[in-house]
Design a protein around this ligand. Sequence first.
Ligand code: ZN
Length: 210
Amino acid sequence: MPSIRDMLSANKKWADEINDRDPGFFARVSAKQTPEVLWIGCSDSRVGPDQLVSMPIGSIFVHRNIGNLFATNDLNCLAVLEFAIDELKVPNVVVTGHYGCGGVYAALKHSGIQPVDLWLDQIRFIYHRHAAELEELNEEQRWNRLAELNVEAQVHNICRNTIVREAWKRGQEVNVIGLIYDIHDGRLLQMGLEFSSLEAWEACYGVKRL
Ligand SMILES: [Zn+2]
């Protein structure tokens, strides 16, 4: 278990190595950020985006919470999306779930009133919406399939949000993508979920415009 002293020492080594390799690096990144990805992922310590995709500092704007939810009634989620789309003009919004997710498992097993259970309630709704399919599976398959369905639901939540819809209407590039990470082999998998326009999303979900 690293101590704070170990962490500070590792940080100094890291900063010194970057300075030696590229003396102007920190001056450049401190001037402004221009991330290409908004990453919405799980807080799980095994699924940190910087390690998974090996992208440089300044490339990924990150929002993480238990179960990689985009909760439409959560001010934190909404503020992150608004800042990423309206201020930073981030072109890619990536929702990344993962197999073996403790949040998804807790949603399958618990139904209390503790903060974690309340936060995960949305996943329980997803379970009930797909109960016929999920109850045909064994426990591990059900756990993993619910993680996939959860990513799909969060992609949907983002696409139907006014922040993304207004960006699409004014012609701003926004690609909303769903991925799932397999903690058993370190691979990030595409789920066939990618929307780059209001029309594409409406056609997929059968949404009728009012
Ligand atoms: Zn998780």
